[in-house]
Design a binder for this molecule. Sequence first.
Ligand code: LRH
Ligand code: MN
Length: 410
Amino acid sequence: MTSWKKAYNVLTDDLSARGLNVESIKKALKAQRIETPSWGYSDSGTRFKVFRQAGAARTTFEKLADAAQVHKYTGVAPSVALHIPWDKVDDYAKLRAYAESLGLKLGAVNPNLFQDDAYKLGSFCSPDPAARRKAIDHCLECIAIAKTLGSNILSMWLADGTSSPGQDNIRARKHRLAEGLAEVYAAMPASMRMLVEYKFFEPAFYMTDLGDWGMAYVVCQKLGERAQVLVDLGHHPLGTNIEQIVAFLIDEGRLGGFHFNNKKFADDDLTVGSINPYELYLIFNELIDGELDPAVKMDVAYMIDESINIKPKIESMIQSVVNVQEAYARALLIDRKALAEAQLKGDVVAAEEMVVQAFRTDVRPLLAVVREEMGLDADPLVAFRAGGYEKKVQAERKSAGSSDTGYPGA
Ligand code: LRH
Ligand code: MN
C-alpha cells in the first residue's frame, strides 16, 4: 500500500466523521480545470535582466509542448492561453491541430495593446485616433484568430494610463475606452465573451484607465452580459481583500476569470500560492460559496498568469497547478452548514476555527489518490522530473536567444 494510501484512509475517515462527502469532493477535484499561459514557458525577466534558461520554449509550438507536460502530470491543465503577437503563427489552423495532437485546447486569446510604439499615450484611451484605430483593429484580428482556434474568450488587458498629472483628460480617456471596447464587443460572435482585466499601476505611474475592479465592473455593465471582470491576483494595492472583490463580482454575475499568480510587493507574477496560500484558499472559499448558491450564475475561467525568472518554468507551472488544486481541495473541506449556523449566531471564533481547520488539513493524500484514480502519478513534480523531459529539450533546443529585457519580443 503506497504511503499516500495509509494517510488517505486516515484523512477520509476523519472527513467522513466530520460529515463530509469524500466521493463528491474527489469528483469536484477531478473536474477542476486550470489554463496555463503560453508566455509562462518562454524566457522572461525584469527590466534589469532576462536570465535565459537552457531549453526554454522559443516558439509557440514549443510552448504548447511544454504545457502538454504540465497537463500530462497534473491531468487538470488541458488548455493554454495565447498572447498575440507573441504567439503569432502563419497558420493558426495548423497550430490548433498541433495543440489537439498534444491533447490540448487553445484557450483565452490575449491581444497585446502595450508593446507597439503607437501606444505611447495609450491604446483605446490614446488622444491619437490612429493609435485607437490600431488597437481596435488588432482586437478584431484577435477575434478572427480566436474563431480559428476554437477559443471563446477574448482577454483584454490595457496598459493604458498616464504618468504625470495633467498628461491627459481622465474623463475623455474614459469615453474613448467605452467607444473602442463597444466596437470590439459588437464584433465578437455570440459564443465569445470578453474578459476585462484591471490593474492599479505599471507601466503607467500616475493613473491607469482600468485601475480597479469597480472601473472594470462598470465598463462591463455598459458593454453587455458577455463582458466580465478578470481578477489578476497581482493587480491590487497591498492590503486589498481580494476574496471580498471576488465575492462581490460573483454576486453581480460579473466574475469572468482569474489570472492566478502570487506576489510579495507588486505585480511580481510569482508561482501561485508560493507567498500567500491562505489568500488563495479564502478566494476558493468564496468561489465554492457562490457555486453552491442556485441564485448565482458562475462561468469562471481559471487561468494562471505567471512569469518565472529564476526557477525552471515547467516545474514552477506544475507547482502552481498543484497549489491551485490544494487551495480548492482545502476549501471543499469546510462544513458550510455548520459555518452558516455559527455565522448567523455571531459565534465568530467558531466560524473562524471552521475556516482555519479546513486550511490546516493536509490534503496531499486526497490529491495523490485522486491522481492515481485519474491514471496519474501521485506527485506530479516528482514524476515530471523522473520523466527526463527537461534534459531532452535542453539538448534539442539550442536557443538562438531573443532580446535581453522583460517580456518576450520586448
Ligand atoms: C499585465 C498582465 C496581463 C498580460 C500580461 C502578460 O500585467 O497581467 O494579463 O497581458 O500580464
Ligand atoms: Mn494578468
